[in-house]
Design a protein around this ligand. Structure first.
Ligand code: TRP
Length: 452
């Protein structure tokens, strides 16, 4: 058997892990959820939830991944031989594939909008209803979204086929800096629009009256999704991290990058929304309906500017979605390679095909299959609800309980401090958060999903 691959440097580890974390969750989901829960106050809660609850779970997954050096199922089998923990590991192989099947549909939308960005803006005067209506017509049609979903999945498979060093690492090291550059460009554009200061005020001035109990659960749920927790992506990536690497530093680097990207995306979007006189709380259509129109309208008379901004925007969404999607596929690929001895090529193609097929159902659930409901939800919504509300928190709970209560304190300390050579003073705090605060936070999310 070939020796297992490793990420080449600290930058590579953080680029890949932050690549997984920074995705549609930051650019598409965070801004509209922020809009729904009233701006700055929500941001504060989100930051606290990310650092005190989500980050410790990230550490827990990293500890399991690097200590075992294998996939999620193998990791549990190795660290807790002869116990049922491995079944929990198996569950976390299925959930990222499930997530990928609908994530890829939205990733496909960004492919479509990237192509469309060019024609959208050069066609002179387009009314708001045309732009907004375009999205609804597009997602409810049959073939176009399927084609985009196919293109997106093909790109994901292409990168994962390359392996850790030549695929995932190489792509993430280029995509992440490009992504940052593109978004900063949009921030500058957005802040120079007349009337954008209202958006800035909205992001900076907290309105605590909007913070309902619901908002806390939403913040924690968002932090979970955004850091890719609970489904083995962090664990799997950590299994490719070298023994000398400092896990606390790369974890903090990832969480901070994730926060920064979410905030920068909000600063790119909200000022433009306010400048154009739109509602910040308009929901999931914000990025695909409101923004294309805003870019068009605010650059009146200068089609080249609106084209540039739109292309930059959808390219950034595509890059962010790709670096996340590859991490979801890698969880299953690692399992087939490590446990079943399958070649990477076969494993990647097999899983991509399965995910692609399942994605077809999600894609069609906006159009021809929109009448088909399970438990009152379309396939797309059902998968999202199942994953975000149940599988992810459940996986997170399994990982923190495993590290906080099953593994010995000495082993956890050994892994997080690299045998007592670093982070020694921080260890007590991190361990406390992993053992107590994180599980309590997750249970709170569960309860709120049940009762709110
Ligand atoms: N964190 C990514 C985002 O914000 C999405 C993502 C990647 C993810 N891997 C995941 C979500 C695993 C859940 C589970 O878009």
């Amino acid at each position: 058997m070939k020796p297992r691959e490793h990420f080449g440097s600290r930058f590579a580890v953080i680029a890949a892990m932050a690549g997984s974390a920074v995705g549609l969750g930051n650019i598409w989901r965070f801004p509209y959820i922020l809009g729904q829960y009233g701006g700055a106050a929500f941001v504060l809660v989100y930051i606290v939830a990310s650092l005190l609850v989500a980050l410790p779970i990230f550490f827990a997954e990293s500890v399991i991944g690097r200590r075992s050096g294998t996939d999620t199922f193998g990791a549990m089998k190795k660290l807790a031989p002869g116990t049922p923990w491995k079944w929990a590991g198996l569950l976390t192989i299925l959930s990222p594939l499930l997530i990928l099947s609908y994530y890829s549909v939205v990733g496909g939308w960004s492919v479509q909008f990237l192509f469309k960005a060019l024609s959208f803006n050069i066609t002179g005067d387009v009314s708001e209803s045309e732009v907004v209506g375009y999205f609804s017509r597009f997602i409810s049609s049959t073939w176009q979204p399927i084609l985009s979903h196919t293109l997106f999945m093909a790109m994901v498979a292409g990168i994962v086929l390359g392996g850790i060093k030549n695929g995932i690492e190489r792509f993430s090291k280029v995509a992440m800096p490009v992504l940052l550059g593109l978004i900063l460009f949009i921030v500058v554009y957005s802040l120079t629009l007349p009337g954008s200061m209202a958006g800035l005020r909205y992001l900076l001035k907290p309105d605590f009256s909007k913070l309902t109990a619901d908002a806390y659960a939403a913040a924690l749920g968002q932090a979970f999704f955004s850091l890719s927790l609970g489904v083995g992506t962090v664990l799997t990536y950590a299994s490719y991290v070298k023994k000398e690497e400092n896990l606390v530093v790369s974890g903090v680097g990832t969480a901070v990058s994730d926060l920064v990207f979410a905030l920068v995306a909000a600063f790119a979007i909200m000022p433009a929304v306010f400048a154009a006189g739109f509602e910040p709380g308009s929901g999931p259509g914000l990025v695909f309906q409101t923004l294309p129109y805003i870019f068009h309208k605010m650059s009146q008379g200068m089609p080249i500017v609106s084209t540039l901004v739109s292309v930059a925007f959808f390219l950034s969404i595509l890059a962010a979605a790709l670096t996340s999607a590859i991490s979801m596929l890698e969880v299953g690929v690692a399992y087939l390679v490590d446990q079943k001895g399958m070649g990477r090529r076969r494993a990647t193609l097999l899983l991509s095909l399965g995910v692609w097929l399942l994605g077809l159902l999600c894609s069609l659930s906006f159009g021809p299959l929109s009448g088909v409901k399970v438990l009152g939800l379309s396939f797309f919504d059902l998968q999202d609800a199942l994953c975000s509300n149940w599988l992810m928190p459940m996986g997170g709970l399994v990982f923190t309980l495993f590290v906080g209560w099953w593994m010995s304190r000495a082993d956890v300390r050994d892994e997080l401090t690299n045998g007592g050579t670093c982070n020694v003073r921080l260890f007590g705090l991190v361990y406390f958060l992993m053992r107590y605060l994180a599980p309590v936070g997750i249970v709170a999310v569960f309860l709120s999903n049940l009762f709110l």
